[in-house]
Design a protein around this ligand. Structure first.
Ligand SMILES: [Mg+2]
Ligand SMILES: [Zn+2]
Length: 214
């Protein structure tokens, strides 16, 4: 498995922010797995340059909402451009670092990122699929679940492709297809339906009173 670094953010920006330990504990009760390209950030096709970073609609609010509810957020992303030698793992990490920092500025918190570097057209056989991690395979989610003790049956996968939904379901999670219009609306729905006991924030508008049980 990939051993992505843990990104730890300064929590001092918001007094009501859940502490890292609280979020880690909450992962055991289920987490949110997010696809990266065209779910969190706009995809330009093998996106890897920091200058090309742009949020998808509602993504900053969605990350902030999850964080205020102490729901651990992880990114699971196919980065076959590494296998195809379009860009390097270091370039991907630079982009990811930027995304994680921007998430922090938005009041969100990304716990960890797992990526698949493999691709069917990779020049190097070692980087070629099949692998157990390229979505729709569930390997990225299973690896994070083992690393962080995540209850997959209480977790939710969100992504813009059928392969994201398939990976989530194969891992035993609930899964949602994001249509690209408003990630915060989908986040509210997911919180209401799957994390209704997690409400810890009293900010008006965070709308989780009497959430529907799954
Ligand atoms: Mg995507
Ligand atoms: Zn892979």
């Amino acid at each position: 498995m990939d051993s992505s670094p843990l990104f730890s953010l300064d929590e001092s920006m918001t007094k009501s922010s859940p502490k890292d330990a609280d979020i880690r504990a909450s992962a055991r009760r289920g987490a949110v797995f997010l696809d990266r390209d065209q779910t969190l950030n706009v995809d330009h096709g093998y996106t890897h340059l920091v200058d090309d970073f742009a949020w998808m609609p509602g993504a900053p609010d969605a990350l902030s909402l999850f964080h205020r509810h102490a729901i651990a957020c992880f990114i699971v992303t196919n980065q076959g451009g590494i296998g195809r030698e379009f860009f390097t793992a270091a370039q991907m990490r630079e982009f990811n670092d930027h995304l994680v920092a921007q998430a922090g500025l938005a009041g969100g918190h990304i716990m960890d990122i797992a990526h698949c570097p493999h691709h069917p057209k990779a020049p190097s056989p070692a980087m070629r699929t099949p692998c157990n991690c390229r979505k729709p395979e569930p390997g990225l989610l299973l690896g994070l679940a083992a690393k962080w003790n995540i209850d997959l049956s209480a977790s939710v996968m969100i992504g813009d492709r059928d392969s994201d939904v398939a990976a989530g379901q194969a891992a035993g999670c609930h899964a949602y297809l994001f249509d690209g219009t408003d990630l915060s609306g989908l986040a509210r729905h997911v919180i209401d339906r799957h994390f209704s006991g997690a409400r810890i924030d009293d900010t008006p508008g965070s709308r989780n009173q009497g959430g529907v049980n799954a």
